[in-house]
Design a binder for this molecule. Structure first.
Ligand SMILES: Cc1cc2nc3c(=O)[nH]c(=O)nc-3n(C[C@H](O)[C@H](O)[C@H](O)COP(=O)(O)OP(=O)(O)OC[C@H]3O[C@@H](n4cnc5c(N)ncnc54)[C@H](O)[C@@H]3O)c2cc1C
Length: 285
């Protein structure tokens, strides 16, 4: 919506928003680089009016059933400036030369598919370029700002599910003749998780509000993402602890929450990368 031409928007947005495309994917990471995205090696070379793509991507969410995949590729090598010369292309699912690898056997989020992709002499027309030639890196970073608000929200959701399950269990489970919810050790864990998740929710809403208002929100998105994902992981850890042995088996949802939350400090930029972004923004002030 933000960088597409009128024709691209008309062609793809209704397919994605109507659900006629089961998914759309974001293809930036490669086997050798995630945080250091500017080191990407997928190449695009001119071929008449179009481009020929070669290379591979790693960890592409829904890449096996996406109707369209945004693929970042190098159109030019600019010595000493790896983030320059990168462009974005809209590659359709099922395109000739697109090879989808096997589903990764993930720790969590097992209902979501994650696949490697390979491009072998994959031809796209000139009209498949999203944004201008060489604009790819700034498009990737802009998309990540928004994505980070999404992962913050996902974290708040998983953390809250874990907290709710822990509250239910604490009221039900009896030890030494009373519900474990009566013990201060348990109550303090619940109090910390509830407080931290509420703060995470507010940081997330703040970042989302700035985005909606069309203001800069890079700093706020990273703050929301790092805080919410780390506090969600803590809430899930507490959730398993409060369930005792039952937290470690799949009869209760606590272990699934714990596994699902784990990736939130990793994807759409690790916690370390969020701190790099926040520090850069803070030092600008
Ligand atoms: C389930 C899942 C789904 C994903 N979906 C997608 C997707 O749809 N599209 C896509 O493009 N990518 C996707 N990713 C990739 C994801 O964004 C990357 O895994 C993530 O950005 C981290 O990159 P990396 O794995 O290469 O780790 P690396 O960059 O190799 O980092 C390894 C470790 O080093 C640390 N590190 C790296 N650089 C620094 C530094 N400068 N200072 C301090 N610490 C540093 C990192 O924080 C991390 O702890 C997905 C990943 C997963 C696991």
């Amino acid at each position: 919506m933000r960088f597409g031409s009128a024709a691209q928007k008309e062609k793809y947005v209704p397919e994605i928003t109507s659900g006629r495309f089961a998914a759309a994917s974001y293809g930036l990471s490669e086997p050798h680089c995630g945080s250091d995205a500017a080191a990407l090696r997928t190449s695009a070379r001119r071929d008449g009016n179009g481009w020929i793509l070669n290379g591979s991507k790693q960890w592409i969410t829904s890449g096996d059933h996406a109707g369209v995949i945004i693929v970042w590729a190098r159109t030019e090598t600019v010595a000493g400036h790896p983030s320059k010369g990168i462009s974005c292309f809209l590659v359709e699912g099922g395109a000739n030369g697109l090879h989808v690898g096997k589903h990764e056997d993930k720790m969590g989020l097992r209902a979501s598919t994650t696949v490697p992709l390979a491009f072998e002499e994959l031809r796209v027309p000139g009209s498949a370029m999203l944004g201008g030639d060489g604009q790819g890196f700034s498009i990737a970073m802009a998309a990540l700002d928004g994505g980070r608000v999404g992962i913050a929200a996902q974290s708040v959701g998983i953390g809250t599910a874990a907290l709710n399950a822990a509250v239910r269990y604490a009221k039900d489970r009896q030890t030494f003749g009373q519900p474990i919810a009566n013990y201060q050790a348990i109550r303090f864990m619940l109090a910390d998780a509830a407080t931290e998740l509420e703060a995470a929710r507010l940081l997330t809403l703040r970042a989302a509000g700035l985005k909606e208002a069309g203001q800069r929100f890079t700093r706020e998105a990273s703050m929301a993402k790092v805080f919410a994902s780390e506090k969600a992981n803590k809430a899930c850890d507490i959730g398993v602890q409060i369930h005792g042995g039952y937290g470690y088996i799949d009869e209760f949802p606590a272990e699934r929450h714990y596994r699902d939350a784990r990736v939130t400090t990793i994807y759409e930029g690790t916690s370390e990368v969020q701190r790099i972004v926040i520090a850069r923004e803070v030092l600008k002030e």
